[in-house]
Design a protein around this ligand. Structure first.
Ligand code: HEM
Length: 456
């Protein structure tokens, strides 16, 4: 019996010679990628790099196949190749056995016991951030959340030993590089080689970021640093292949990876949660009521993380509606079968979490922010906030702990208000984030973190 040939994979309309789909992507990448779900079936081909096929996987079952079943045999693809220009070789850019080894080195930092130890540091950082805000102040909330996420991460990763000026520089340079990575994914590779100011700024910022982290790592290494943080662990780790300690370069790549993977993502989710709470006083009141009941007058601790189901649902809903991923890639290394299709080696595969999580067939009324959609049901298979398979986010529990700890600390001290009619649009660079998010701070009465039922 011969099987019928599968239908050909359609090509998305509007590709240009030399440029591929770059014009559409540069104009509005989220709208372009989302429109593919309306117009095409389970697989659709777009062109990012002329001469290379990029297949967008849209069907949730095939996305699972790509991430879980095919995961071990695929390379990481274009997105991670561009990230690698900053990170070098690290757990996030590696594939195959190298990835398994690198992931094993990092894993101990993310155990339950270690995450429990980090909560007090995270809460103290959140409390210190909030303490600087004044009633009536107009705050760039996204910027503040990037700062807080980097603070929380640096305290847990390398005991926060960067001075304030270095921190500010690192933040600025990281944002230049991350925006650059976002652009480089969409534009054909030849654009990177043009002597444009945009490319020069990217190169300078990338060198500056690596130099800052390398210096910090070298100084801490020389000081005999052993404070039980992630850096201490990496400095003690051995390269399984050589049996030697990791080189300064390897340690720098892994630390930088954690800083990059764990800052923009967490900062965006924090920002969206605060935005949604400001938009819907009913949801905010329920969060406050739960915090009041569970915490009484005390600050949040690790034991509380699992005892705040409504806040968890709010966070889940932000991870659904406002997911930070818009193009997660893989690449075939040999002829590969996905569903009924066979793809040659060197084919790029990609999926868009942001569009997947807004598909009305998978999530009814997808654009409404409704934490109660998570009330009685377990998450559907198409909900992939942290990915799946062997590259699933290593920081998932760390991130959820940060999110609960920071939100609980922030919302008990302040509430935010939006200007009348203000809406906030997502923008996708390396990750999807609010374009700008300015809100006005109102401190709550008894705004100490001990305030029991403030705002109820
Ligand atoms: C809300 C925040 C976060 C979200 C939404 C998120 C999402 C993700 C996703 C979807 C992946 C899988 C990418 C793929 O399929 O290739 C991933 C991987 C990863 N994430 Fe996260 N992440 C978050 C926070 C963090 C944090 C806080 C850290 C570290 C402290 C972290 C470290 C990593 C690393 C190292 C990987 C690569 C894992 C591997 O390839 O083995 N992430 N993240």
């Amino acid at each position: 019996m011969t099987l019928a040939a599968p239908p050909p994979i359609p090509r998305a309309a509007g590709s240009f010679p030399l440029l591929g789909h770059a014009p559409q992507l540069v104009r509005d990448n989220l709208a372009f990628i989302s429109s593919l779900r309306d117009s095409y079936g389970p697989l659709v081909e777009i062109t990012l790099q002329p001469g290379t096929r990029t297949v967008i996987v849209q069907d949730p079952a095939l996305i699972k196949t790509m991430l879980v079943d095919l995961g071990p045999s695929l390379d990481k693809g274009r997105f991670f190749e561009k990230m690698g220009q900053l990170l070098g070789d690290s757990v996030v850019t590696a594939a195959g056995q190298t990835h398994v080894r690198k992931r094993r080195q990092l894993q101990p930092a993310f155990t339950h016991t270690n995450i429990a130890r980090y909560v007090d540091l995270m809460r103290d950082e959140a409390a210190a951030t909030v303490a600087n805000w004044k009633s009536g102040q107009s705050l760039d909330v996204r910027e503040a959340m990037v700062g807080l996420s980097l603070d929380m991460l640096s305290k847990t990763v390398f005991s926060g030993s960067l001075d304030e000026a270095t921190f500010r520089r690192l933040r600025r340079d990281l944002s230049v590089v991350m925006n650059g990575v976002g652009a480089r994914i969409m534009l054909p590779d030849w654009v990177e080689r043009l002597p444009l100011p945009f490319n020069r700024r990217f190169d300078q910022a990338r060198e500056a970021v690596r130099a800052t982290i390398s210096t910090a790592v070298a100084e801490l290494q020389a000081s005999g640093h052993d404070t039980g943080d992630m850096l201490s662990m990496l400095l003690r780790a051995e390269d399984e292949e050589t049996g030697r300690p990791l080189t300064g370069h390897q340690v720098c790549s892994e630390i930088l990876t954690l800083a990059v993977a764990g800052t923009e993502t967490t900062a965006s989710v924090l920002s969206w949660v605060l935005y949604e709470l400001a938009r819907d006083p009913g949801i905010e009141e329920r969060v406050q009521a739960e915090l009041g009941d569970v915490l009484g007058g005390r600050p949040v601790t690790f034991d509380d993380i699992g005892r705040l189901p409504y806040l968890q649902r709010v966070i889940n809903e932000a991870l659904r509606l406002h997911h930070t991923g818009w193009l997660v890639t893989r690449r075939t290394t040999e002829e590969t079968r996905i569903g009924q299709w066979t793809l040659p080696a060197g084919t790029e595969l990609a999926y868009c979490q942001h569009a997947l999580h807004r598909d009305p067939e998978l999530f009814p009324d997808p654009l409404s922010f409704d934490p109660d959609r998570w009330k009685d049901s377990s998450p559907p298979p198409a909900f992939l906030p942290f990915g799946a398979g062997k590259h699933k986010c290593i920081g998932d529990r760390f991130a959820l702990t940060e999110l609960v700890t920071a939100i609980a600390t922030i919302v008990r001290a302040v509430r935010f208000t939006l200007a009348p009619g203000q809406t906030v649009q997502p923008v996708a660079r390396a990750t999807v984030r609010p374009k700008t998010l300015r809100m006005t701070v109102q401190r709550r009465r008894d705004s100490d973190h001990g305030a029991a039922h403030a705002g109820r």
